[in-house]
Design a protein around this ligand. Structure first.
Ligand code: PLP
Length: 480
């Protein structure tokens, strides 16, 4: 593909117009029909966050000595977050670019701490996984931990969930061995919205002298306010003695600009293992707290400005509004015969599945997409997922009405089970050759990032990534 920077630049108007046009096949998150990826709050709020971002558009937090403003904002955001999580007098940490970076940092930090403590030289190139440090993850832990395992040579050991979709603590204890470097719990988990039993995990952590990371990436900026509304929640933050670190994304329920998450540790004893310092580089002395080099000042300014502007009162009221919408949805779904909510979700995200032979949940998802909803499908077990934002108070009833109709339609049309996405996901669940799927996913990435840079256009019309994937996997199945 021969595509060049234009010889002569286009006019501002033309360029901005093209940007607008390119959006036409994106999901429309302001419709209230999208249940992930974006956290719409209000136009007025968005305009404010944008102006805060723009105020520090060019500043670079790479060098905090040069931009003391950004260091001050980072400090204040960290302090405010530490206070929110009851670690105000002792917790230390930094801002990162998002939940994934916070989790990558946590895993790297605990790995380096484990190495330092055990003075072991990890045999990176021996393929002996028994030599690797291990982290015990609930099966529902976020996929970013797998990325961390992949990048940092840390072995994952999975602990099963109980019937309520919370990690089975007794199973976790059985998995602890001399290579264990970290225990993990989520508050709440992405797939099911349930908070793992953090107090029990904390006791285990203390008993076995292990650190415990709580992934509150999605929950960190809503759970404290749900609690302020006197809704009952299990403890999950620094009030639990064994918790040694917490990650929390300000760009989710904090309603800041994308590119802002906090990673907090109980003390410097942990955080020090995160830092990178070098005195040898030809470019001079170098110190860096996190993964990135250049760190966009806008994201930090927007995070600081959002916390200051929202205030605890507004967060608390917003949390209540979101939880009322969530209650309406989960209660409504539970009333639809044949559907059931998985576990007992604690916050504003949940999953539901089919408990009836006559209802294929993925076929229900397909019907919902036909009605214009953007539906997230999950596996193990087959279920549909939703994450609630303030905007959904306007569309929750329509969602329930459409869901009822979709279920009725699927019951009347059992053949839908073997069509479209439903067929693909159904097949995926049963397919013995997971390695083959893994390979196809890699091929897909190669094609998306190739010179042509396109996802294979297998289905016409507006389709999301998963639908494209679905079509592709069906083709693989057909070639068996
Ligand atoms: C969103 C999320 C992450 C990852 O955060 P990103 O900002 O998408 O990188 C990690 N853990 C949980 C529980 C999440 O919901």
């Amino acid at each position: 593909m021969n595509y060049q920077i234009p010889q002569e630049g286009l006019s501002k108007e033309v360029v901005l117009e093209r940007l607008k046009q390119m959006r036409h096949s994106d999901v429309d998150y302001n419709s209230g029909k999208v249940w992930s990826l974006v956290y719409p709050y209000s136009k007025e709020h968005l305009d404010f966050v944008k102006s805060a971002y723009n105020e520090y558009f060019s500043e670079n937090a790479l060098n905090p000595m040069a931009f003391k403003s950004l260091k001050q904002m980072e400090n204040e955001v960290v302090r405010m977050t530490a206070d929110l999580f009851h670690g105000g007098d002792f917790a230390v940490g930094n801002l990162s670019s998002g939940g994934t970076e916070s989790l990558l940092l946590a895993v790297k930090t605990y790995r380096d701490r484990f190495r330092a403590k055990n003075n072991t030289i990890i045999k990176r190139f021996t393929n002996k996984s028994t030599d690797l440090p291990e982290m015990i993850l609930p099966e529902s832990a976020h996929i970013a931990f797998n990325k961390a395992s992949h990048y940092f040579d840390v072995k994952i050991v999975y602990a099963p969930l109980d019937a309520n979709k919370r990690v089975d603590v007794a199973a976790v204890e059985k998995l602890i061995n001399k290579n264990t470097m970290l225990l993990v719990g989520s508050a709440p988990s992405y797939p099911f919205g349930t908070i793992d039993p953090i107090e029990e995990l904390g006791q285990l952590a203390i008993k076995h002298k292990l650190p415990l990371h709580v992934d509150a990436c999605v929950g960190g900026f809503i759970l404290p306010f749900v609690e302020k509304n006197n809704r009952a929640l299990p403890l999950w933050d620094f009030r639990v003695a064994g918790v040694t670190s917490i990650s929390a994304d300000i760009h989710k329920y904090g309603f800041a600009a994308k590119g802002a998450s906090v990673i907090l540790y109980r003390s410097m004893e942990y955080l020090r293992h995160q830092f990178f310092v070098s005195s040898e580089w030809q470019g001079g002395m170098f110190v860096s707290p996190a993964l990135l080099g250049t760190r966009p000042g806008g994201a930090i300014a927007a995070a600081w400005a959002t916390l200051m502007y929202m205030g605890q009162d507004n967060y608390t009221q917003t949390a209540e509004k979101i939880m009322q919408t969530t209650d309406k949805l989960t209660q409504g779904i539970a009333q639809i015969e044949g559907l059931s909510i998985l576990g007992t979700p604690h916050a504003s995200l949940f999953a539901y599945h089919s408990v009836s032979e006559a209802i294929d949940i993925y076929a229900v998802g397909d019907q919902m997409e036909k009605k214009g909803w953007h539906i997230d499908r999950q596996q193990k077990p087959a279920c549909l997922h939703a994450m609630v934002s303030p905007i959904h108070s306007t569309t929750a009833q329509a969602y329930l009405n459409d869901l009822q109709q979709a279920v009725a339609h699927v019951k009347q049309h059992p053949e839908l089970k073997s069509q479209g996405n439903a067929a693909m996901y159904g097949m995926m669940a049963k397919l013995p050759m997971r390695g083959m799927i893994q390979n196809e996913l890699l091929n897909l990435m190669e094609s998306m990032y190739s010179v042509e840079g396109k996802a294979p256009d297998l289905e016409s019309g507006k389709k999301d990534f998963k639908t494209q994937l679905a079509a592709m996997l069906i083709k693989i199945k057909d070639s068996f």
